[in-house]
Design a protein around this ligand. Structure first.
Ligand SMILES: NC(=O)c1ccc[n+]([C@@H]2O[C@H](COP(=O)([O-])OP(=O)(O)OC[C@H]3O[C@@H](n4cnc5c(N)ncnc54)[C@H](O)[C@@H]3O)[C@@H](O)[C@H]2O)c1
Length: 259
C-alpha cells in the first residue's frame, strides 16, 4: 500500500520557478500530476524547467512576467486561472538575474531606504499582485490554494535582514488575514518558512568555515535541499490539506522551533 497525492486536473503557477527552490516545487507539482506554469523573468531559466518537466512526462508551460508589474501579472494570470498559486519568488540576491541589485546586508541603521523598495516589491507586493490576480477564478470555482514561501528571517532575529524580514513577515500577515476572507470560498492560504537551503553559493566543501557557522543552530545538522519545501508544498496543494489554512509551517531542520 502506498500514499499518493494526485493533482491531475489542477493547474499550478509557481513564481520565480526558473531555478533552485521554485524549480524543485514546480517539478514536484508536475510529478504529482498538475499542469505547471513556470514563471520567471529570465526566459532561459523558465524554459529549461519546462523542458525538464516535459522530459519527465509532465505538463509545463512558461509564463514570463515580472511579479512586481501588476499589468504583466494580470495579463498572464487572468487567462491562466491557476487552481494553485505558489508565491515562491524572492530576491535575496544569490540567484538574482543579471542586472538586478543584490541584497543589501548592511545593518538597518546604515541601509539606504532606496534598497528597501526592491525587497518589498518582490517579497510582499509581488505576492499580493499575483494573489489578487489568481483569487477571482479560485473563488468562482470554490477551490483554490495560495502557498507563499517566506523565510525564517521573518521569524528569528537576524542581523542585516531587517528590511527583508519585514517584507517576508508582511507576506505572512497578509496570508493570515486573507485566509479569513476566503476560507468560506474553499480557498486555503498558507506560508512555508525556510531555513537556509543548499545552493551553489552555500554548500559543504566550499566555504567550509562559513558552512559550519551557518549549520550550528540546526538541530538536523545539514542544510535544506530544495526538495524539502517542495514536498510540503505538494501536500498543502492537495485535498489532504483541505482543513489547513492561515498557518505558517517552518521547513528548517529545527533552526527555529514553533508551538
Ligand atoms: N535560498 C535560501 O536559502 C532561502 C531561505 C529562506 C527563504 N528563501 C525563499 O525561498 C524562495 C526561493 O528562493 P531561491 O533561493 O530559490 O531564489 P533564487 O534567487 O535562486 O531564484 C529566484 C528566481 O526568481 C526569479 N525572479 C527574480 N525576480 C523576479 C521577478 N520580479 N518576477 C519573476 N521572477 C523573478 C529569478 O530569475 C530566479 O530564477 C524565495 O522566496 C526566498 O526568499 C530562500
Amino acid at each position: 500500500m502506498s500514499f499518493e497525492i494526485d493533482l491531475a486536473g489542477r493547474t499550478a503557477l509557481v513564481t520565480g520557478a526558473g531555478q533552485h527552490i521554485g524549480r524543485a516545487i514546480a517539478c514536484a507539482l508536475a510529478r504529482a500530476g498538475a499542469k505547471v506554469v513556470v514563471n520567471d523573468i529570465v526566459a532561459e531559466r523558465a524554459n529549461s524547467v519546462v523542458k525538464e518537466i516535459e522530459e519527465a512526462g509532465g505538463q509545463g508551460l512558461a509564463a514570463l512576467f515580472d511579479v512586481t508589474d501588476p499589468q504583466g501579472v494580470h495579463s498572464s494570470i487572468d487567462s491562466l486561472a491557476p487552481d494553485i498559486l505558489v508565491n515562491n519568488v524572492g530576491n535575496t540576491g544569490a540567484g538574482n538575474p543579471p542586472g538586478q541589485a543584490t541584497f543589501d546586508t548592511s545593518h538597518f541603521v546604515k541601509s539606504d531606504p532606496a534598497s528597501w523598495d526592491a525587497l518589498f516589491g518582490v517579497n510582499l507586493f509581488g505576492v499580493m499582485h499575483c494573489t489578487r490576480a489568481a483569487l477571482p477564478a479560485m473563488i468562482e470555482r470554490s477551490w483554490g490554494r495560495v502557498i507563499t514561501i517566506i523565510s525564517d528571517a521573518a521569524r528569528v532575529p537576524e542581523r542585516g535582514m531587517a528590511a527583508y524580514a519585514a517584507a517576508k513577515a508582511g507576506a505572512a500577515g497578509f496570508s493570515r488575514a486573507l485566509a479569513s476572507e476566503v476560507g468560506r470560498s474553499g480557498v486555503t492560504v498558507n506560508c512555508v518558512s525556510l531555513g537556509t537551503i543548499q545552493s551553489e553559493h552555500v554548500q559543504p566543501g566550499r566555504n567550509d568555515e562559513r558552512y559550519r557557522k551557518i549549520l550550528k543552530p540546526y538541530l538536523v545538522p545539514r542544510l535544506g535541499q530544495p526538495s524539502d519545501p517542495a514536498s510540503l508544498v505538494v501536500f498543502l496543494a492537495s485535498g489532504y490539506a483541505d482543513w489547513i489554512t492561515g498557518q505558517t509551517y517552518p521547513v528548517n531542520g529545527g533552526y527555529s522551533p514553533s508551538l
